[in-house]
Write a protein that binds this ligand. Structure first.
Ligand code: GDP
Length: 445
């Protein structure tokens, strides 16, 4: 997401870098480029106008900083303004004083609403809540079943009308679900409502009736980021028809432009609370405007990377690896394999590297990275005997050929792996002996 915008903006800034001071003409030219970049990213025109006007005003104003050169100042201003347009502070869920907290989802059919209900429920469960998923989309065939399957995968409870009792009344189902949640001690209720392919008065009325019946603590408007400018009109229609407290953007993985994300807040006055970035239940997180702005400007998103690692690895695993380092125990190919698999679990390598600052410019190279390369390395190590994994020095020429055949790679690949492993082993020894990395502060030169 945001690749085109990111590329355009970074190239605008790089042309400023050589300037010692920015004239009004320089600022005007830069603002023109920023305007084009935003329009190309499918950001709504009123948002573009307001954004560029603010950047221009601030860049021309007296914001003279000793610490920053002119190009850096413009980057800082654009960064600040991006955070602002994306919603400022991260908007977190508000919980009801007396449980259950009721969250109602609204949006068009196909926006990813039902999938999102499952993702949100799973996310809440991992934070220690006991959510109840409620199926109030009684129109779309299979919607109830889809929600039940998602609930099972998310390991949460579901409340749905019993099959065979006709279509049922969604308002009644919603009302009964709150009572049920109280009885069964569910502290969160997530209500999935019916959507239509287009904006439709009947759908709006039904959503409004459910809203009036259950008085949700949060109404979340779910919108597919890939529909671009249409996201804005749809959001406005839902704002008038049902009203909502915050927005959830789905399918951000598929949208290179991201204009919807940059427009929706400005146009509706409601912040983006969550972002959905894939078909898996885990592809979901709070939306952090500051981190997103940094990503767009290719300043990296280290915080998200760290959180992802913390979520993926339990403390035991981390402690085990750290213990191995501190004890100075010999680092073996088994450890190498284990570490590699840990990294692999964090997700596609190119996504991980993409969160590092400055990596945006290397997108072509990143796209060439194939996670299957790691699987090949794993296959090579698995074709070795336990003794060989402990001490690869004993692997002779004919064994290398056998291993290559066994894992379906060339002998050169086996050789490369062994060489790389010896380097890793050396580095581990250095870390264990407390000398640090060469070139690092306090490390060996
Ligand atoms: P609903 O009609 O609004 O309930 O939409 P669904 O939840 O059934 O989703 C419609 C389609 O979009 C399904 O095929 C989902 O797998 C897919 N989908 C949902 N969220 C995402 C997402 O964040 N990324 C991608 N790539 N696909 C998604």
């Amino acid at each position: 997401m945001f690749e085109t915008l990111s590329d355009r903006l970074t190239s605008v800034f790089s042309s400023l870098r050589s300037k010692g001071r920015l004239s009004d003409a320089d600022i005007d030219a830069t603002c023109r480029e920023i305007r084009i970049a935003l329009l190309e990213a499918d950001v709504a025109l009123p948002v573009v106008r307001a954004f560029v006007a603010r950047v221009k005003e601030r860049a021309r104003g007296a914001e003279v900083s000793q610490a920053l050169n002119p190009a850096q100042q413009v980057v800082k201003i654009v960064h600040d303004e991006l955070i602002e347009v994306l919603g400022g502070e991260t908007r977190r869920l508000r919980f009801a004083k007396t449980p259950p907290t009721v969250i109602m989802l609204a949006g068009l059919q196909g926006s990813g609403k039902t999938t999102l209900a499952g993702k949100l429920a799973r996310w809440l469960r991992t934070q220690g809540h006991a959510p109840l998923l409620v199926a109030c989309d009684l129109q779309r065939p299979n919607a109830v079943q889809q929600l039940s399957v998602l609930a099972e995968r998310a390991e949460v409870a579901v409340f749905a009308p019993e099959p065979g009792n006709g279509v049922g009344d969604p308002v009644d189902v919603a009302r009964r679900s709150i009572e049920y949640a109280r009885q069964k001690n569910h502290d969160m209720v997530i209500i999935d409502t019916a959507g239509r392919l287009g904006i439709d008065q009947e759908m709006m009325k039904q959503a409004a009736d459910i809203r009036d019946a259950v008085q949700p603590d949060e109404i979340l408007f779910v919108v597919d980021a890939m529909i671009g400018q249409d996201a804005v009109t749809t959001a406005q229609a839902f704002m008038e028809g049902v009203g909502f407290d915050a927005v959830v953007l789905t399918k951000l993985d598929g949208d290179a432009r991201g204009g919807a994300a940059l427009s929706v807040r400005h146009v509706t006055g409601r912040p983006i609370m969550f972002a959905s970035t894939g078909e898996k239940l885990e592809d979901f997180d709070l939306f952090h405007p500051d981190r997103m702005a940094s990503r767009i400007l290719d300043m990296g998103d280290i915080l998200t990377l760290i959180e992802q690692a913390q979520r993926t690895f339990d403390e035991q695993e981390a402690a085990k690896m750290a213990g191995k380092l501190v004890s100075g125990e010999e680092f073996t190919l088994d450890d190498f394999l284990e570490q590699m698999m840990m990294v692999r679990r964090l997700g596609p390598i190119k996504n991980l590297l993409g969160m590092m600052p400055g990596m945006g410019q290397m997108r072509d190279q990143l796209n060439k990275i194939d996670d299957r390369d790691l699987d090949r390395i794993a296959a090579i190590i698995r074709s070795m005997t336990p003794a060989e994994r402990r001490d690869p020095k004993i692997i002779n020429g004919s064994r290398r050929e056998r291993i290559a055949r066994g894992s379906g790679v060339t002998v050169t690949e086996v050789n490369n792996l062994v060489v790389r492993f010896f380097e890793a082993q050396k580095m581990m020894k250095r870390m264990a002996s407390g000398l640090g990395f060469p070139g690092m502060p306090g490390g060996r030169k």
